[in-house]
Design a protein around this ligand. Structure first.
Ligand SMILES: [Zn+2]
Length: 137
């Protein structure tokens, strides 16, 4: 990876596996200007998981799930962090399903709704209101 500031070559000063979110944290040092910055290596879920929409597989967009959870949890004091955590929990649950790596939107909504139900009743109600597949007719 090149330096964020000058485009020079960098070396890894320090590196750690973060088991909690399955990422590799690296402190990089620029060989040219000595700037120090951090990188995170993570699995690219959008090229690994697929959502079947109208019979066609589409890339799984983690940010879309995160945004929906953040909206449902916006009343919480630490909404951003809580939504990030809930997103990771939903993804973990999706990866346990036998049909992986193919998912349907109602399947994702069902798990997201279940995660929110256990975490925050108000967030769950807001989420269900936005997802027709979760509503009892
Ligand atoms: Zn530099």
């Amino acid at each position: 990876m090149v330096c964020l500031y000058c485009g020079g070559d960098t070396r890894v000063g320090n590196s750690r596996l973060q088991r909690r979110n399955n990422q590799v944290w690296r402190r990089r040092v620029c060989k040219r200007c000595s700037a120090v910055f951090t990188t995170h290596e993570a699995i690219d879920l959008s090229s690994t998981l697929l959502v079947v929409v109208g019979g066609l597989p589409k890339p799984f967009v983690t940010d879309m799930l995160f945004t929906e959870l953040l909206l449902a949890m916006s009343h919480r004091k630490n909404a951003y962090l809580d939504a990030r955590e809930a997103t990771n929990t939903v993804i973990k649950r999706l990866l346990e399903l036998p049909g992986k790596p193919l998912y349907s939107p109602p399947q994702i909504s069902l798990i997201a709704g279940d995660v929110l139900k256990k975490l925050d009743k108000r967030a769950h109600l807001r989420y269900v209101a936005e997802h027709e597949s979760l509503q009892i007719k």
